[in-house]
Design a protein around this ligand. Structure first.
Ligand code: S3P
Length: 172
């Protein structure tokens, strides 16, 4: 489906485990656009996993690199861009994402996310004694930021991935 040229950077934001990668890949296929995951690009640049980098250098250093990668990616042509769950924390990232792309917030409850990610060991922020509580805190802190950056909010609770893709396509 060809898109008007101004709509060809599609950005997905949301909590870790909200489905950005799964939905983003199918959406990209449907729109015949490249799919890019900002976390993957960061790992390529770091030469190690985000988890290792977090442990070695800390979150603040990770956020600096994330901001540079997001700036570069949002200048670099049409794509479906899946962003890390914390990409909205910095105002400059929010401003770049919103002004350069069409931003969809995949909104999930902390309980839904917990069900999807509880066995996943690669999410550094969730390697805590009580990941569900952590997700509740992340949701409370970030829901306003995801809403601020988003042009559209897509509730991910019940629909299948295919339906979520359709819901996004209908807004383009
Ligand atoms: C983070 C989410 C992760 C990754 C990093 C920090 C966060 O991405 O960027 O571990 O702060 O929520 P996903 O949302 O793809 O898991």
């Amino acid at each position: 489906m060809p898109l008007p040229s101004g709509d060809r950077l599609i950005v997905l934001v949301g909590l870790p485990g909200s489905g950005k990668t799964t939905v983003g890949k199918q959406l990209a296929r449907r729109l015949q656009l490249p799919f890019v995951d900002s976390d993957h690009e960061i790992e390529q640049r770091l030469g190690c996993s985000i988890r290792e980098f977090f442990e070695r250098e800390g979150e603040a250093r990770f956020r600096d690199i994330e901001a540079e990668v997001i700036d570069a990616l949002t200048r670099s042509g049409p794509m479906v861009l899946s962003t890390g769950g914390g990409a909205v924390l910095r105002p400059d990232n929010r401003q770049r994402l919103k002004s350069r792309g069409k931003v969809f917030y995949l909104r999930s409850t902390p309980e839904d996310v917990f069900r999807r990610v509880r066995h996943d060991r690669n999410r550094p922020l969730l390697q805590v004694a009580d990941p569900l509580q952590k997700l509740r805190e992340l949701h409370a802190a970030r829901d306003p930021l995801y809403r601020e950056v988003a042009h559209y909010v897509i509730e991910t609770g019940r629909p299948s991935v295919a339906t979520l893709v359709n819901m996004i396509v209908m807004q383009l």
